[in-house]
Design a protein around this ligand. Structure first.
Ligand code: NDP
Length: 310
């Protein structure tokens, strides 16, 4: 084995990738995690995580990720904080290209996650974690009895708006068009919920506040009129983008870019020796704990695959 050859290479260093690394390293497989320049995944931009089991008082997202990383390294995983440029998964020994280096392994776990799409406003970045959120399940409970808004018109936005009425006293649903893209059943649920007010044909132009969010500036997409809405939280739910650009042409991905797992299988793909974990294929649950769970499954499949190959 040369220094660039491993038993398994895990691409991605969020909860899915690092959990997989803990398992494969503990199983004494020579493991390389290629974690990306921005390592740690989406939890690195979250504040407090209250729903990861084992932390009754909550844990900060970055702290949770640093601990997962330490645990993976303690078990023996090597972690490289660089981005993968391209892959060749066509042969028995897969090749992963990073800058001028090629890393090889007979088994690969792809756990590159998905990135939430954002409006692209400077003020949105400024108030991230201080009133702006991309995850209702993660942050909803911080907005008990508060007025908030959800931006978007797809199933995610409508589902989040409905979910958030458990906590918030009032939820505005802000959508740029005059009709939703979401399913009829979700629309009916939203329109009949007395805590939700729908604002059609409105665009969020700015998020305003001092230390925390206090209002948003809106413009009407039909007559361009401007208005201000007072609130304490804004949930952006305008879709996610799986991080699969570097895989194009080498594995089955759907029209939105999510990896399609092998039929009737959990974390296997159509390519022997290539497994998948976390939000890069799971667009339904998108939770740290479900990502970690699938990372564990992928690692166990890698162990079995390598055992059977020998
Ligand atoms: P979608 O791509 O379906 O919807 C995104 C929404 O955000 C659209 O209404 C779009 O507006 C709006 N949007 C996009 N960009 C901007 C922007 N820059 N400013 C303002 N609004 C914007 O994403 P979802 O995450 O909602 O859903 C993804 C997939 O997951 C879908 O297939 C959905 O059906 C599925 N899903 C299913 C659920 C369920 O069955 N329970 C729950 C959640 C998701 P416009 O309409 O104008 O393009």
């Amino acid at each position: 084995m040369t220094e660039n050859q491993y038993d398994t290479i895990i691409i991605g260093s969020g909860p899915a990738g690092l959990t997989a690394a803990i398992y494969t390293s503990r199983a004494k497989l020579n493991t390389l995690v290629i974690g990306g320049y921005v390592s740690g995944g989406q939890l690195m931009i979250t504040s407090e995580v209250e729903n990861f089991p084992g932390f009754p008082d909550g844990v900060m997202g970055p702290e949770l990720m640093m601990n997962m990383r330490k645990q993976a390294e303690k078990m023996g995983a090597n972690i490289l904080d660089m981005d993968v440029d391209k892959v060749d998964l066509s042969k028995d020994i897969k090749e992963i290209f990073v800058g001028d280096k090629i890393f090889t392994a007979p088994s690969i776990i792809i756990a590159t996650g998905a990135s939430a799409m954002w409006l692209g406003l400077d003020s949105e970045k400024k108030f991230m974690g201080r009133g702006v959120s991309g995850c209702a399940t993660c942050d909803g409970a911080f907005f008990r009895d508060k007025t908030i808004a959800v931006v978007g018109g797809g199933d995610s936005a409508l589902e989040e708006a409905t979910f958030l009425t458990r906590f918030a006293s009032k939820v505005y649903l802000i959508h740029r068009k005059s009709e939703f893209r979401a399913s009829k059943v979700m629309q009916e649920r939203v329109l009949s919920n007395p805590k939700i007010s729908v604002l059609f044909n409105k665009r969020v132009n700015e998020i305003i506040g001092d230390k925390k969010v206090s209002s948003v500036k809106l413009s009407d997409t039909i007559d361009n009129s401007e208005s201000t809405l007072e609130l304490e939280g804004v949930f952006i739910a305008i879709g996610h983008r799986p991080n699969t650009d570097f895989l194009k042409g080498s594995i089955n991905i759907d029209e939105k870019g999510y990896i399609i797992p092998k039929q009737n299988s959990d974390v296997k793909t159509d390519i022997e020796g290539v497994f998948v974990a976390g939000d890069v294929f799971d667009h339904r649950y998108r939770q740290a704990i479900t990502a970690a769970g699938s990372g564990c499954k992928a690692a166990i499949e890698v162990e079995k695959y390598l055992e059977e190959k020998v």
